[in-house]
Design a protein around this ligand. Structure first.
Ligand code: CP
Ligand code: NVA
Length: 313
């Protein structure tokens, strides 16, 4: 038996309404402000997830996602169980469906970082508790919620702002594409010709009213932009490292490129960064960089996701 219709999974920003995304961003900012000065492991005053347990399954490496979900659950009054997929029976052939059925009897929600997006969808189809996408080959919705929160804290409402993506048309970009029509920001995307984002997602977002443009040259994406974003040229699981390292150098975010953006433009990167490749030290360590806020905001954004998934928001 699959999940009850009311189970709220967080698999992609595309599946949430603009109102839901707005509520998540507002809740994240509200809770962040309300706990200023508290030790990081201290619970929020209302401990809304007291007694709740989140299981986390990792098929790929992680620093930020692992720690931010763990600390986020503590701050909400709950706890976590963290597992590497290779250490589980999943790694010896137990099916995703059976794993989902078992964990649904033991924990209140499951976060999965998976190699294949369809495995997370499969897990959600058999789980009776909410399932959260902690990154797949196709998307990274938790990251983009934290990015949007970071933009709004520095620049105000993201509606009407222009974001420039420079680099690989990858999983992180896909979640920006999903959010653009929901929250009303423009997205200018510059990638090498062989590394464009998936056409069907761009078309669907444009059809939904998203102001999304693909350009060839980084400077055409960045000109006058409010935010410049990039990511690694070689994502976890990408097989073609040599071809990528040959194709991407013209897409590096340097001080010269940043100078073409709005003078108060932000620089974002989900991290981990490869300094001297997709971004120079001068940019990531410079005054326009908001990457450390962005990393911290993973905690606050995901607390809102957990509350939403568990029907508390
Ligand atoms: N940005 C991000 O998801 O980082 P980790 O891979 O360290 O979780
Ligand atoms: N695009 C990167 C993001 C890492 C957080 C990857 O998938 O490896």
């Amino acid at each position: 038996m699959g999940a009850p219709l009311s189970t709220r999974h967080f698999l992609d920003l595309w599946t949430l309404s603009g109102d839901d995304l707005r509520a998540l961003l507002d809740e994240a900012a509200r809770r962040k402000a309300a706990r200023l000065g508290l030790p990081r492991g201290a619970a929020d005053e209302d401990s809304p997830l007291s007694g709740h347990v989140l299981a986390m399954i990792f098929q790929k490496n992680s620093t930020r996602t692992r720690v931010s979900f763990d600390i986020g659950m503590r701050q909400l009054g709950g706890s976590t169980v963290v597992m590497s997929a290779s250490d589980m029976q999943l790694g010896r052939g137990e099916t995703i469906a059976d794993t989902a059925r078992v964990l649904s009897r033991m924990v209140d929600a499951v976060m999965i970082r998976a190699n294949r997006h369809e495995d997370v969808e499969d897990f959600a189809a058999y789980a009776d508790v909410p399932v959260i996408n902690g990154l797949t080959d196709l998307s990274h919705p938790c990251q983009i919620l934290a990015d949007l929160m970071t933009i709004e804290a520095r620049l105000g409402d993201v509606r009407g702002k222009t974001l420039a993506w420079v680099g690989d048309g990858n999983n992180v970009l896909a979640s920006f594409v999903h959010a653009a029509p929901k929250l009303g920001f423009a997205l200018r995307i510059a990638t090498p010709p062989d590394y464009r984002p998936r056409g069907q997602e761009i078309a669907a977002a444009q059809k939904a009213g998203g102001d999304i443009t693909l350009v060839a040259k980084p400077r055409d994406a960045v000109e006058g932009a409010d935010v410049v974003v990039t990511d690694t040229w070689v994502s976890m699981g990408d097989p073609d490292k040599d071809a990528r390292m040959a194709a991407f150098p013209p897409y590096a975010v340097t001080e010269d490129l940043m100078a073409r953006a709005h003078k108060d433009a932000l620089f974002l990167h989900c991290l981990p960064a490869h300094r001297g490749e997709e971004v120079s030290d001068a940019v990531i360590d410079g005054p326009q960089s908001a990457v450390w806020d962005e990393a911290e905001n993973r905690i606050h954004a995901q607390k809102a996701v957990l509350l939403w998934c568990l029907g508390k928001l």
